[in-house]
Unconditional design. Structure first.
Length: 165
């Protein structure tokens, strides 16, 4: 009887630890924080336009990811933008540059280490689809964002790195 109980306790303990660590390994990263663009680590590809936020304030609570970003405006001022996304794969709608409505869907990599935001927008009757893949560094001090923007003559690809402030 004691051997059976000992086996049951060991089995239960082993399964408990397995599920506890498995859940931790598959947890979504928390991108929350204030982030600043690290231009020296970023790659703007062959684009003459640097359409990247200089700062981002990210809040991740429950099923929602909120992003407040600021980038240089065309007039030398600052252009601010706010967006809110559903983390469960349901579509989100946000107003973008020139009040263009942006419909976004978030998907996660199989191991939950990367988040991809696929955004569709309509401009002058043409549909555009962009993707941003976010990855948090192991120490949670950097976010790497690969941004792909399709253009008529090919795509523009940015690799942006943000440091936690």
């Amino acid at each position: 009887m004691k051997i059976a109980n000992l086996f049951s306790i060991r089995t239960f303990s082993g399964l408990f630890v397995f599920f506890l660590t498995s859940a931790g390994l598959l947890a979504q990263p928390d991108f929350s924080g204030t982030w600043g663009l690290n231009e020296s680590k970023s790659n703007f590809g062959n684009s003459e336009f640097r359409m990247a936020a200089v700062t981002m304030v990210v809040a991740q609570q429950g099923n929602t990811l909120s992003v407040e970003s600021a980038q240089p405006g065309f007039d030398g001022g600052e252009m601010k933008q706010s967006a809110s996304y559903n983390l469960d794969g349901n579509p989100s709608e946000n107003s973008g540059f020139m009040d263009i409505m942006r419909k976004s869907v978030i998907s996660w990599s199989a191991d939950k280490s990367a988040m991809t935001i696929t955004t569709t927008m309509n401009f002058d009757g043409n549909e555009f689809k962009t993707t941003e893949t976010w990855k948090l560094s192991a120490d949670s001090k950097e976010i790497a964002i690969e941004q792909i923007i399709p253009m008529p003559d090919g795509e523009i690809k940015f690799n942006l790195v943000y440091d936690k402030k």
